[in-house]
Design a protein around this ligand. Structure first.
Ligand code: 5GP
Length: 125
């Protein structure tokens, strides 16, 4: 996919160390950190270190190693934060893309939300 990546977006700046973050887990290809404005008791953002705008961009263009590392890291974050199904009560993993997805930061990220019942998936608005 030929998508323009804005390297001044806030998550690119976090990855360069220009802005602090509360890291949960970091691997070769992936960073997981607390959302600055949590919508639930557990609200973690998992991001690839590579310059991918959105979920579909990442899935189309990232290497197998990046994708595997991302997914495994997300699973570890679920376990570390106590929301994974083997010990916890579950979670919601969501990603927003573009204008209709109401994506605020144009660097692919997975929200992992839990620690309370998350309600219906979508509002009707
Ligand atoms: P989006 O709407 O793009 O799916 O979600 C962007 C998320 O990034 C929001 O939940 C917002 O609270 C979070 N966010 C925005 N700026 C920062 C920041 O500087 N640090 C952290 N940790 N999270 C941020």
């Amino acid at each position: 996919m030929a998508l323009q990546y804005d390297d001044q977006n806030i998550f690119a700046r976090i990855l360069r160390g220009e802005i602090p973050n509360k890291t949960v887990l970091e691997t070769e290809h992936t960073l997981a950190f607390h959302d600055i404005s949590p919508s639930a008791p557990v609200h973690i953002l998992v991001i690839p270190k590579g310059p991918y705008v959105s979920f579909d961009h990442f899935c189309a263009d990232a290497s197998d190693a990046e994708i595997l590392d991302f997914q495994r890291t997300a699973a570890k974050v679920c376990a570390m934060t106590g929301v994974a199904l083997d010990k916890g009560e579950g979670f919601r993993a969501i990603t927003n893309a573009g204008a209709h997805g109401v994506q605020e930061v144009p660097h692919y990220h997975l929200h992992i939300l839990g620690g309370r019942p998350m309600g219906r998936m979508l509002s009707t608005a």
